[in-house]
Design a protein around this ligand. Structure first.
Ligand code: ZN
Length: 136
């Protein structure tokens, strides 16, 4: 079986070490919510590297939020919402709705970006086999 690319592993939220096990369980937009798995179901990598590890993803999520708010504002302007004082609440409403729609996506991908790009010493190990402690 050929390994998947790093970009595809990020898009599909797969483990950064084996690129086979899912990082999350649950769908991204569901009422039950999404849960970060504690361990990779294939190679048994612990996703939360140390206590409080995922606090760093808050900063990534913040940066993603700012980029999304700017993008939403520019999109609203391009789509015809005039940039006037009278439209201030319209812009705020559009931005707040956009932020709520993107929140689950930010939660998920901030953690994936942290694991794949910003964690030193954690990389892809080609040919890693399934952890024998895990029953297939
Ligand atoms: Zn894995």
């Amino acid at each position: 079986m050929t390994p998947i690319s790093k970009l595809r592993a990020i898009a599909e939220c797969k483990c950064p070490r084996c690129r086979k096990g899912p990082i999350f369980s649950g769908r991204i937009y569901s009422f039950k919510g999404q849960v970060t798995n504690e361990y990779c179901s294939y190679c048994n990598l612990r996703f939360e590297r140390e206590p409080g590890f995922f606090y760093v993803s808050m900063f990534i999520s913040y940066a993603m939020n700012v980029a999304e708010m700017i993008s939403i504002s520019v999109a609203a302007y391009v789509l015809g919402v005039a940039l006037t004082y009278e439209n201030l609440w319209a812009y705020i409403a559009i931005i707040v709705v956009g932020v709520f729609l993107f929140a689950p996506l930010n939660y998920r991908y901030s953690r994936v970006f942290l694991l794949h790009w910003l964690t030193p010493g954690l990389g892809y190990v080609p040919g890693i086999t399934q952890d024998p402690k895990i029953k297939p």
